[in-house]
Design a protein. Structure first.
Length: 170
């Protein structure tokens, strides 16, 4: 299998971290992001030739520039895995919780995914994958913005798939 160049958004722990380990161990070039720099550096130390890091929060204003820099460091991009997400119970609908959830799961998501989609259109190839949630299929009284934001992510991804299919026919 040819070496792939992959960026994983949200690779400091959990699913994103495990995927980063597996891709790097298979010899692929992997750009990893997350908010906890020490965890990103730990992964880079395990695979110094295969991993590039960029520590940032997807809600930052410069996340697009950070992605562009990672793409340059990798020498291109084949796959984006968007694995970042946030959700906390919000029984009283606290604005701070609702805002952080939608800022992360909607605004941060769109910012990065649209940037990478346009990169792939320009270069004529690429794949975008994302980790959503079963919460996307129904509302949740404990964390309504989480369910709604994950539904947004899933529908946005479906829309991008349709857009990509149409672009191939042009």
């Amino acid at each position: 299998m040819a070496q792939k160049k992959t960026i994983i958004i949200g690779a400091s722990s959990g699913i994103g971290r495990e995927i980063a380990i597996r891709y790097a161990a298979a010899g692929h070039k992997v750009g990893i992001t997350g908010r906890r720099e020490s965890l990103l550096i730990e992964l880079k130390q395990k695979f110094p030739e295969n991993i590039c890091t960029s520590c940032f929060d997807v809600m930052q204003y410069n996340s697009r520039e950070r992605i562009d820099t990672l793409i340059d460091e990798l020498g291109g991009l084949d796959i984006l895995l968007y694995n970042s997400g946030y959700g906390d119970p919000s029984l009283e609908l606290k604005w701070e919780v609702e805002n952080q959830t939608t800022s992360t799961n909607v605004n941060g998501f769109v910012d990065i995914v649209s940037c990478v989609f346009n990169y792939f259109v320009k270069h004529g190839y690429g794949q975008i994958a994302l980790t959503s949630s079963v919460a996307a299929v129904r509302g949740n009284g404990w964390a309504p913005s989480y369910s709604a934001s994950k539904a947004f992510m899933s529908n946005y991804a479906k829309g991008l798939s349709i857009k990509a299919s149409k672009l191939k026919k042009i």
